[in-house]
Design a protein around this ligand. Structure first.
Ligand SMILES: [Fe+2]
Ligand SMILES: [Fe+2]
Length: 480
C-alpha cells in the first residue's frame, strides 16, 4: 500500500495503517455503531434506502482520488484519510517556528488543541442535522445527489476529527467523541456548540446560501488548521479541503442557477424592474431582492463564527503554532507577528472605525477579512449573470456591522451599509434587510420536489454540466 491509496479491507477505510494500530482501531470500531445510529436518526430523512450516485475517496492523491458509484447512504464507506506527510515539515509560524512539526500532541498545548478539534468536529454532524429534511423538496435529482454528497462528506469530516480525538487524546478524547454524537442542532438542552449550526435550513435557497457562506467559514478554519504545527491535524485538514471544494461549488453554482432562472423568466415576460416583486413571483421564480435578503442573513450569521475581533485565544493558538493564518505558507512576513499591527473595525465613541491593534490579537479579524474577500469573488460571479441579462441589480454583501450577535457590533443595530440605527428604526426596517415571514412563505410555496431525471423546478436553472460528466437524463438518485 502506498501512502496515497486507501485500504478498504477492514471496517474502516483508511490510509493511516489502522491495521497496525490495534488500540485506535478498536476504539473506532466501538464508536462506529453509535455513528451509524446517529446517521439513521439524524441523516437525510426518507432516503436511507435510495441508491445515490456518490463519489468515494479511493486515494488522497489530489488528482483522481474519487470513484463514483451508486450506494445506499448508510453503506457509504466513511473512512480516515490524511493528506500525505511532507518529509521534514517544520512548524511554519509562532514561537516554535522552524522546529520540526509535532507528530504527537505537545503536553502544554493539549487542552487548546483538543478544544479546536472538538469545535471543528461539532460543526460537521450539525450541518447534516440541519439539512435532514431537504431531500423531500429537492428541485431535481441532480441537486438531491449533491445534497447527499455534501451530507456524507460532512459525516466523513466527523470521522476525521474523531480519529484525532481517539488517537491522540486518550480517555477525554474518547468522551469528546461520544459527546459529538449526543449534541443535536437546535436542541434547547443539548445544542451544537456554535450559533449558526443551530439555525434551521428550511429551504433550498437556504441550503445553497449555507454551503456558500457557512461551508466557506469551514474552509477558512480548515485552511488555518492545515497550517498547524501539529502534523496529524494539518494532514487531516488538507485532505478535508479537497472535499470542501465540492461544497463551495454546490453553494456558488446553486445560487447562480437560482439567479439565472429569475433573470431568464424576467426577460421572457418583459419585466425589467427587479423590484417589481409581485409580478416576478408570479413567474414561479425568486425575486432578486429576496435573494439579497437571504444573502444578508447567511452572511451575518456566518461572520459570528469568526468570534471576537480581538481575541486572546486566537493570539495564543497562533503563538503556540497550533492555528495559523489563511495560507500562512504563502505570506511574506516573519510569521511571528510579535511587533506587527493589523487594522480592526471597532466601535469607538458610537462610531464604526478602523483602529490598529496588535496583529496577534487581531487574527480572528484577519481571517474574517480573508473570508469576506473570498465571498466577494463568488458574489461577483452571481452579478455577472444578472448583468448578462441586462437587469439593473447587484447583489452586495452587507456591512460586517449588520445583524451581528458576537463581537464589536453585537451591541448595536446597523443597516446593511453600516449606518447605526435606533432600536425603533431597526424594528421598522428589519424586513427590508432580512427575509420576512411573507418572503419565507413564498419561498416555501416553491419547494415542491422534482424527481424526474433531467427536470428542474421552475425557480432553478439546470447546471451547465453534469456530475462526473454524466448527461442530463442521468438518474443521479434511484429513489427506493
Ligand atoms: Fe465539513
Ligand atoms: Fe462542508
Amino acid at each position: 500500500m502506498t501512502i496515497t491509496t486507501v485500504d478498504y479491507d477492514g471496517l474502516i477505510p483508511n490510509n493511516v495503517a489502522l491495521g497496525q494500530d490495534e488500540r485506535v482501531k478498536r476504539a473506532l470500531e466501538k464508536w462506529h455503531p453509535g455513528y451509524i445510529n446517529w446517521w439513521n436518526d439524524m441523516g437525510p430523512e426518507g432516503f436511507q434506502e435510495a441508491l445515490v450516485y456518490l463519489r468515494t475517496a479511493v486515494s488522497v492523491d489530489p488528482k483522481g482520488w474519487a470513484k463514483f458509484d451508486y450506494v445506499k447512504m448508510p453503506d457509504y464507506r466513511w473512512g480516515v484519510l490524511l493528506a500525505p506527510a511532507q518529509e521534514g515539515r517544520k512548524i511554519p509560524f509562532g514561537r516554535h517556528k522552524g522546529e520540526p512539526a509535532w507528530q504527537e500532541v505537545p503536553g502544554e498545548y493539549r487542552a487548546m488543541l483538543r478544544r479546536l478539534v472538538v469545535i471543528q468536529g461539532d460543526t460537521e454532524p450539525a450541518s447534516v442535522e440541519q439539512q435532514r429534511y431537504l431531500g423531500k423538496t429537492a428541485p431535481s435529482l441532480y441537486d438531491l445527489r449533491n445534497l447527499f454528497q455534501v451530507n456524507v462528506e460532512e459525516g466523513r469530516h466527523l470521522w476525521a476529527m474523531v480519529y484525532l480525538l481517539q488517537k491522540y487524546f486518550g480517555t477525554d478524547g474518547r468522551e469528546e467523541a461520544e459527546a459529538l454524537l449526543q449534541r443535536r442542532s437546535g436542541d434547547p438542552d443539548t445544542p451544537r456548540m456554535l450559533g449558526a449550526f443551530n439555525e434551521k435550513t428550511p429551504d433550498w435557497l437556504s441550503f445553497f446560501m449555507f454551503t456558500f457562506f457557512t461551508d466557506r467559514d469551514g474552509k477558512m478554519q480548515l485552511e488555518a488548521l492545515a497550517q498547524s504545527g501539529f502534523d496529524p491535524l494539518s494532514r487531516t485538514c488538507r485532505f478535508m479541503l479537497t472535499e470542501e471544494a465540492h461544497h463551495m461549488f454546490v453553494g456558488e453554482t446553486g445560487v447562480t442557477r437560482v439567479i439565472q432562472a429569475t433573470c431568464e423568466a424576467m426577460k421572457k415576460s418583459g419585466i425589467d424592474d427587479p423590484n417589481n416583486i409581485e409580478d416576478v413571483r408570479k413567474l414561479g421564480v425568486i425575486d432578486l431582492p429576496t435573494i439579497q435578503k437571504k444573502a444578508n442573513l447567511h452572511f451575518s450569521l456566518t461572520l459570528d463564527l469568526f468570534g471576537n475581533e480581538i481575541s486572546t485565544n486566537a493570539a495564543n493558538a497562533f503563538h503556540a503554532g497550533i492555528k495559523g493564518r489563511y495560507r500562512e505558507d504563502r505570506l511574506k512576513d516573519d510569521h511571528q507577528l510579535e511587533a506587527a499591527a493589523y487594522p480592526v473595525l471597532r466601535l469607538v465613541d458610537g462610531k464604526i472605525q478602523n483602529v490598529d491593534a496588535p496583529a496577534l490579537s487581531a487574527l480572528n479579524m484577519r481571517l474574517r477579512d480573508d473570508y469576506v474577500a473570498d465571498c466577494n469573488v463568488g458574489v461577483a460571479r452571481w452579478n455577472k449573470v444578472i448583468a448578462e441579462h441586462g437587469i439593473n441589480f447587484q447583489i452586495k454583501l452587507p456591512s460586517v456591522a449588520f445583524h451581528r450577535h458576537i463581537g464589536e457590533f453585537a451591541s448595536i443595530n446597523a443597516d446593511v451599509d453600516g449606518v447605526i440605527l435606533s432600536d425603533a428604526e431597526w424594528a421598522k426596517r428589519r424586513a427590508d434587510f432580512l427575509p420576512s415571514d411573507g418572503d419565507k412563505n413564498f419561498i416555501e410555496s416553491l419547494m415542491r420536489p422534482q424527481f424526474e431525471p433531467n427536470k428542474f423546478a421552475s425557480w432553478i436553472a439546470p447546471p451547465k454540466v453534469g456530475i462526473d460528466n454524466k448527461p442530463g437524463e442521468f438518474e443521479y438518485v434511484k429513489i427506493a
